[in-house]
Design a protein. Structure first.
Length: 447
């Protein structure tokens, strides 16, 4: 097992990785920008190295500085968390070229899945069902028109290099196509330096259901069931559940069997998530994330597994700690992403947290790097806490979520806590009756 792991991230996920390492007797190295001198991950890590100024480009995305920090501290592996460099194939390559282990998939698989067109090609060849759309990139507006005529409006133009919902535009009719084509390409070029786009049928009432997988270096691939992440605003997840309120165990098993077989064929390793849209009982693959996800705790709660420890173990060459038969699903878990934003306008609201009080009790988990007196810096993602609850049934989980939200205090900054309180009280949410469009409508109703 590794002796020392460098955590190339910040915030709650840096803490999450640190905690798994500590419990395994692995020493940790935190890296941080000057804006994070007093951050919790820096306080708790065994060692810390300042890698640059506040701007992420000059610190958390600065590969040379991170590799230097690993060299001077004698770390033997790097965990990238999510975001930042976690899906950067060049970084994974550089880490390995420096004789360190990258706690994640191979650079080749990161590269393949990072190009959504290549990812869809790979899944098509493995027999995984896809959303109908263009085969490969669209070369011209004429080609876009032809594909749209074939698959019928509404259609979605998506960036091949996409992420975070950027570079994605809907065209409901031929009149809207040119604009969608133009805007998607411009946005994609600006955000990712690449204007390659492709087209998918725009599904009108799907749920977003994703499957968690883990693979070791000995050819074993296991899935840990699904998460329902349909509650989104601007294609960004706000609340996630495991399992999905609409999926049966048989449907989960069937999808899981198909996916694990495909990934075995690919020779995939470490953690990954396959994202699907689900409508009328049909799954359609949209993309694969080659990293740990923000919402991984709901899976941990229902499977009683520590996904980060498993990542560390398989990255060190050990076999997976689970066979598929040993993965058991118990109860129901829900996560709320609490961000430092105005709960109505979603304007970012960083600043000093006067008081922080985390809820507790049976079945309650809070992953957060907050503390009283901490100042949330304005330079990074606005996620400040993940409140995760587990119950024996979905209705127990909802009751637990409600009382935990009521217990939780984050004062001094605005957070989305009040929005989550409204969601959890809503009868449609309580009935599990929602699609990916539900939350946008809920928010615009201003309930
Ligand atoms: P990103 O990588 O930018 O997050 P995804 O491909 O994962 O993009 O899609 C993000 C979200 O956008 C999905 O969870 C879903 O809500 C919506 N979406 C994506 N593709 C479609 C589609 N074909 N039809 C309807 N909604 C879609």
């Amino acid at each position: 097992m590794f002796g020392k792991v460098l955590i190339a991230n910040r915030g709650e996920i840096a803490l999450r990785v640190h905690r798994a390492c500590q419990e395994m007797g692995i020493r940790t190295v935190a890296v941080h920008s000057t804006a994070d001198n007093t951050a919790m991950h820096v306080r708790l890590a065994d060692e810390s190295v300042c890698i640059g100024p506040p701007s992420a480009r000059d610190s958390y995305l600065n590969m040379a500085a991170i590799l230097s920090a690993a060299a001077i501290t004698g770390a033997d592996a790097i965990h990238p968390g999510y975001g930042f460099l976690s899906e950067n194939a060049n970084f994974a390559e550089m880490v390995e070229a420096h004789g360190l282990a990258f706690i994640g998939p191979t650079a080749a698989h990161i590269r393949m899945m990072g190009d959504k067109i290549a990812a869809k090609d790979a899944m098509r060849s493995l027999g995984v069902p896809l959303v109908p759309g263009s085969l490969g990139a669209l070369e011209s507006l004429e080609e876009a028109r032809a594909v749209a005529d074939q698959i019928k409006y509404p259609v979605l133009i998506k960036a091949a290099a996409g992420g975070g919902g950027r570079g994605m535009k809907v065209a409901r009719s031929e009149e809207e196509l040119e604009e969608a084509w133009r805007v998607a390409r411009t946005e994609s070029k600006a955000a990712f330096g690449d204007d390659a786009v492709y087209m998918e049928k725009y599904l009108d009432r799907p749920r977003h259901i994703e499957l968690q997988v883990l693979a070791d270096m000995h050819g074993n691939v296991v899935h840990f069931g699904e998460r329902d992440c349909s509650l989104q605003r601007r294609h960004q997840k706000l609340v996630e559940e495991a399992g999905s309120p609409v999926l049966t165990a048989a449907e989960r098993d069937a999808l899981g069997a198909q996916v694990t077989k495909g990934l075995k064929q690919l020779g995939y390793r470490n953690a990954g998530t396959l994202e699907f849209l689900w409508q009328d009982g049909q799954f359609a693959f949209i993309e694969m994330n080659t990293r740990l996800q923000v919402e991984h705790p709901v899976t941990e709660m229902v499977c009683n597994v520590d996904l980060v420890k498993e990542q560390l173990r398989v990255a060190a060459g050990e076999p997976l700690g689970y066979t598929q038969e040993q993965v058991r699903f118990s109860g129901h878990a829900i996560e709320c992403r609490i961000t430092a934003e105005d709960p109505e306008t979603f304007a970012p609201n960083p600043g000093r947290v006067d008081m922080y009080h985390a809820p507790g009790g049976l079945g309650v988990r809070v992953d957060s790097a907050l503390y009283s007196g901490y100042t949330v810096p304005p330079h990074y993602d606005s996620l400040v806490a993940k409140l995760v609850v587990h119950g024996q049934t979905r209705s127990e989980a909802i009751a637990r979520l409600k009382r935990s939200l009521d217990e939780m205090v984050v004062s001094g900054i605005k957070t989305t806590l009040p929005l989550h309180q409204r969601i959890v009280a809503d009868p449609e949410f309580q009935a599990g009756d929602y699609t990916i469009h539900w939350l946008e409508k809920f928010v615009s109703r201003g309930h």
